[in-house]
Ligand binder design. Structure first.
Ligand code: ZN
Ligand code: ZN
Length: 96
């Protein structure tokens, strides 16, 4: 796992507060009241850890009050587009 101490650092908390003050619309499910942030470009892939530009609102441990998904859990360490595809993809479907 990534080094947790960095993720709870002052700079990270500050960036997180800034992102959530700006918007609380979850990047995964698109509902409001996100209470956490996640990296758009994963840190493991070279994304900036504490850059607000690389952080987006996401539903954390409490999950989404609307669709009840635990978006941050679902996303994990995957790049954002790997997850949002699941939500927005209407190009393919397993219909008859
Ligand atoms: Zn969500
Ligand atoms: Zn939701």
């Amino acid at each position: 796992m990534a080094d947790r101490t960095d993720l709870t650092s002052y700079a990270y908390r500050k960036a997180r507060a800034r992102v959530l003050a700006d918007s609380d619309v979850c990047i995964v499910c698109g509902h409001g009241q996100a209470d956490a942030v996640d990296h758009i470009q994963p840190v493991s892939k070279g994304g900036a850890k504490t850059d607000p530009d690389n952080l987006a609102p996401i539903h954390g441990v409490n999950g989404c009050p609307v669709c009840l998904r635990k978006c941050n859990n679902e996303k994990g360490d995957k790049p954002l587009n790997a997850v949002t595809q699941l939500v927005t993809s209407r190009d393919w479907y397993a219909g008859p």
